[in-house]
Design a protein around this ligand. Structure first.
Ligand code: NAG
Ligand code: NAG
Ligand code: NAG
Ligand code: NAG
Ligand code: NAG
Ligand code: NAG
Ligand code: NAG
Ligand code: NAG
Ligand code: NAG
Ligand code: NAG
Ligand code: NAG
Length: 790
């Protein structure tokens, strides 16, 4: 008992507020709602800690979804396809849209939804009023969450880790005074419970919850178990486990589901295995394993954008409020948010038991049986955005669940390509959402989102970027190439010739609508469906280029490669309208909402590069005109939309605009626990904007779509700083520092021996390893290239 007690005392922060302003989010009151909790995760299990007097830990497992796979393909789809094309080609937009919805929407129109698990409830018999010196925090360097307070002169501490190596969530409860810890533990779930029991055997408490995800036929079935080890006396009343007069109570939790273990016996054997291993090795070992794993990923990147001084010493929720009126005094809030995005990816996307699942609309933190937008994998921006920071912020390890999901989608998408579009050439199609079963049919029922056969194309962009950053040819050959090849093949069958180009249709420009012009049937109506919107052409351009690049890298020259080259030349290039903006649609329609949240037509500026300034200044200027105009009309209206603008302005080398949108984002969208929201702290939580934010900060400091570009968009407001551990395409690690708005030096470590082309800021002269830079350097793997301005 003694050694533990003294270690405990040393861990109490001496002064309230003695936390690192860039790496720790902390609070002096418990969470009063879900979006104020401390979220941790091991890639599969999530825990959101409330820190209330009676503790509530909202638990999640990423394969608890509402129900089984359903083949939703509308049998009338193919019969409607050519008639719709012909209506749209004739300019009968109203009928073209109506016929599409009447015949091509999935039946039912929704796939499955992510769903709640339940809670771990810990009743200490403490009332909130008697609690003093309260602090709770989440340390983004270690992944550890802590709640601590004084109650009747005794100091109590709760410590939480989600361990990737051990596959469990682990909790340590402790008190400064021996024997003064009393706690009743239980698992709680509102619905579809099969059994919920507590038992004690050999002084070890066990809580076992068995449940269905939903009251449908063939739901996900799961078991959650918590194993409670203490130095006190444990008893059970059948539903809760009471420990009395303990100093330390350790709890190890796991959940396994029918998604990965089809029988109850196999999933409970897996739980037993994990929990026995964890409890035998002890909390401190589990915690140390978890910290080692987490910090290896989290601490690869260090970032300094200036010091906040006293403004950074306030609790995070107070800082967020102060930031609304005085953003300039707290630059470290942006850094904290940057790290929180990386934390969220480490916590919600790891190579766990197969198939691993990627971060969904809420990462993996969800308290609802019917979450907003089903908590699904939404493909018309959200899932892609979730992985924007993965490569550039040195978390390529988090990407494999994305590939796992696409492998599942692939099988479903081959079937949907055949049944909806009569394409049986080995091509797969995916529309704008999917679920854990890889459901590839159209989702929901509206002209502005449902009929969009471009999911495979957009997700392919993330796949090829994984290769471009990591240069991992094995993954490219074995996992990425089959998916790229199949995504492209679908379009070889599906695209149809229209006005000299291979064209999509019926399709749309995610979630925007245009006003039907006078001569195109019901004038003034708002419709979404058309032929070949600009985004589709850009995504196809990127896809066929990715195929050609892969053929080149892998030394393949077959019909997949030659067909991609043939198609690439017949995709309509981006069009510039009379007002100088990239056109959204096939024609210069009037948009219903010029300030629309989606930036679909300039996807070629970011994350793509078709419109990027180092590739084509004319197109970049038109993309900027489009972006400025969207913003002038009120775009950036959701959290993810606002963070997309950060990335877009970075690509336009406009650092001041990036910083403006960074500040507006932080003033408007984060909830108290730093989660991104739809339109403000009291609105729906959605994780994508957290990832878009992290990516936007990285893109402001480092770009690499054409050259390794150091400080391409440094804001005047961030004159001094440094960053280390970012990654550039070609697999270079980039560390750099700047002063007075100018790069002072950079170290670029070559990890794969690629050719290194460098640009510094807006074209400054510089030396590399002491020699004046005069073009691409053939690097040696492992070697560092030091850049100093001339
Ligand atoms: C989708 O909506 C259209 C009307 O807009 C309707 O005709 C069609 O039946 C709906 N489809 C489904 C599957 O609900
Ligand atoms: C806060 O902690 C101090 C030092 O441990 C203790 O003296 C004080 O009573 C505590 N305050 C409350 C309200 O519990
Ligand atoms: C042991 O627990 C009981 C409540 O169950 C409490 O009244 C008593 O003070 C505890 N003993 C110590 C030494 O804290
Ligand atoms: C399923 O559960 C919901 C929510 O508890 C309830 O409203 C509904 O009636 C149930 N349906 C069936 C078929 O049991
Ligand atoms: C714990 O949180 C969940 C939502 O995450 C809520 O439904 C439940 O009522 C809470 N339980 C307690 C005891 O606060
Ligand atoms: C649009 O198509 C519908 C159905 O074929 C037809 O009844 C209508 O006349 C068409 N409208 C125009 C303006 O061509
Ligand atoms: C691929 O093969 C075709 C036909 O055999 C040939 O014309 C073309 O040059 C080859 N391309 C490459 C990159 O080797
Ligand atoms: C830039 O794009 C425009 C429009 O597609 C094209 O006409 C022009 O040739 C491109 N310029 C360069 C340098 O590629
Ligand atoms: C961002 O720019 C707009 C337009 O110039 C300006 O009105 C706004 O105050 C700026 N916001 C911040 C936080 O700098
Ligand atoms: C959660 O509570 C915080 C702090 O009181 C508040 O700002 C926020 O709007 C609340 N969120 C929701 C979804 O009600
Ligand atoms: C580059 O490496 C040198 C030698 O290790 C070091 O002194 C310097 O601080 C590094 N510069 C940056 C920007 O990391």
């Amino acid at each position: 008992m003694r050694p533990f007690y003294s270690a405990f005392v040393a861990a109490i922060p001496l002064v309230l507020g003695n936390f690192d302003a860039s790496h720790v989010s902390w609070y002096t009151t418990p969470a009063n709602n879900f979006t104020s909790t401390l979220p941790i995760g091991n890639g599969r299990l999530g825990a959101a800690i409330w820190g209330t007097a009676t503790e509530n830990v909202t638990l999640n497992e990423n394969s608890i979804w509402s129900g089984p796979f359903i083949n939703r393909v509308n049998p009338r789809s193919y019969d409607a396809l050519w008639p719709v094309r012909s209506l749209l080609a004739q300019g009968n937009m109203t009928e073209g849209n109506d016929v599409t919805l009447a015949n091509m929407v999935g039946i039912p129109d929704s796939p499955q939804s992510f769903s709640a698990l339940g809670s771990l409830v810990l009743d200490f018999g403490h009332d909130q009023a008697g609690i003093g010196n309260y602090t709770r925090y989440l340390d983004l360097r270690t992944g550890v969450a802590v709640v601590e307070y004084t109650y009747h002169e005794v100091h109590y501490r709760r410590e939480y880790v989600a361990s990737y190596p051990d596959g469990v969530v682990a909790v340590r409860l402790s008190s400064s005074q021996p024997g003064s810890l009393n706690v009743a533990s239980s698992l709680a779930r509102d619905r579809y419970v099969v059994s919920n029991q507590a038992a004690v055997s050999s002084d070890i408490g066990v809580l076992t919850l068995r449940a269905y995800s939903n009251n449908v036929s063939d739901p996900i079935q799961f078991t959650t178990e918590a194993r409670i080890v203490s130095d006190g006396r444990a008893t059970s009343n059948g539903v809760s486990l009471v420990v009395r007069n303990a100093s330390t109570v350790d709890i190890f939790i796991d959940t396994e589901t029918s998604y990965r273990y089809t029988t109850r016996e196999t999933r409970e054997a897996e739980i037993k295995d994990k929990l026995e291993t964890a409890s035998r090795s002890s909390f401190l070992t589990v915690k140390q394993n978890a910290i080692t794993d987490y910090s290896t990923l989290a601490q690869r990147v260090d970032l300094n954008l200036g010091s906040s001084g006293s403004a950074g010493n306030l609790p995070t929720d107070t800082r967020l409020v102060s930031y609304r009126t005085d953003p300039d005094s707290d630059p470290e809030l942006a850094v904290l948010m940057f790290h929180f995005g990386r934390h969220s990816l480490i916590a919600s996307s790891r190579a766990t038991e197969s198939p691993a699942l990627p971060a969904n609309l809420q990462g993996l933190w969800n308290q609802d049986f019917d979450p907003a937008w089903g908590g699904r994998f939404t493909i018309d921006i959200n899932l892609e955005m979730n992985y924007w920071p993965a490569e550039v912020t040195n978390l390529a390890d988090t990407f494999s669940p994305f590939i796992d999901l696409l492998d599942i989608v692939h099988g479903r998408g081959l079937d949907v390509a055949e049944s909806m579009y009569h394409c049986s050439n080995g091509g797969y199609v995916l529309h704008h959402n999917t679920d854990l079963w890889g459901d590839a049919a159209p989702v929901d029922n509206g002209t502005t989102w449902t009929m969009w056969p471009m999911g495979g194309a957009w997700l392919s962009a993330n796949l090829i970027e994984h290769y471009r950053f990591t240069r991992d040819e094995t993954i490219l050959r074995d996992r990425i190439w089959p998916l790229l090849q199949s995504a492209a093949r679908f379009y070889y069958c599906y695209l149809f010739p229209f006005k000299g180009y291979y064209s999509t249709g019926p399709s749309l420009s995610p979630e925007a609508s245009y006003i039907v012009p006078d001569d195109m049937t019901t004038a003034g109506n708002e419709e979404g469906i058309d032929i070949a919107p600009t985004m589709d052409n850009s995504l196809l351009h990127e896809l066929f280029q990715a195929v050609i690049e892969t053929c080149d890298v892998l030394g393949i020259n077959n019909t997949d490669c030659t067909t991609a080259a043939k198609y690439l030349s017949k995709i309509k290039p981006p069009q510039i309208g009379s007002s100088g903006r990239i056109l959204e649609w096939r024609l210069d329609y009037e948009e219903s909402d010029p300030g629309h949240r989606h930036m679909s037509p300039i996807v070629g500026l970011f994350p793509g590069d078709q419109l990027a300034p180092l590739d084509n200044e004319t197109l970049a200027t038109a993309a900027k005109a489009f972006l400025d105009w969207r913003i002038a009309h009120g775009s950036g209206s959701t959290g993810w939309s606002r963070t997309w603008t950060m990335n877009l302005y970075a690509r336009l080398f406009d650092g001041d605009q990036v910083w403006n949108h960074t500040q507006i984002y932080l003033q408007t969208f984060p909830s108290p626990n730093l989660w991104n929201t739809d339109s403000g702290p009291d609105t729906v939580f959605q994780i994508d904007g957290n990832f878009g934010f992290t990516s936007g900060i990285a893109e402001m400091l480092l770009q690499s779509y054409k050259v390794v570009h150091l400080l391409p968009a440094l804001p005047a407001a961030v004159p001094t700083g440094h960053v280390s551990g970012l990654v550039a395409r070609g697999n270079f690690i980039v560390d750099m520092a700047w002063l007075g708005g100018v790069l002072t030096g950079a170290n670029i470590t070559s990890q794969s021996g690629s050719t290194l082309d460098i640009r510094v800021q807006d074209g400054l002269d510089f030396t590399v390893n002491g020699e004046r830079y005069a073009g691409g350097i053939q690097t040696d793997a492992g070697k560092v290239y030091t850049v100093v301005p001339a």
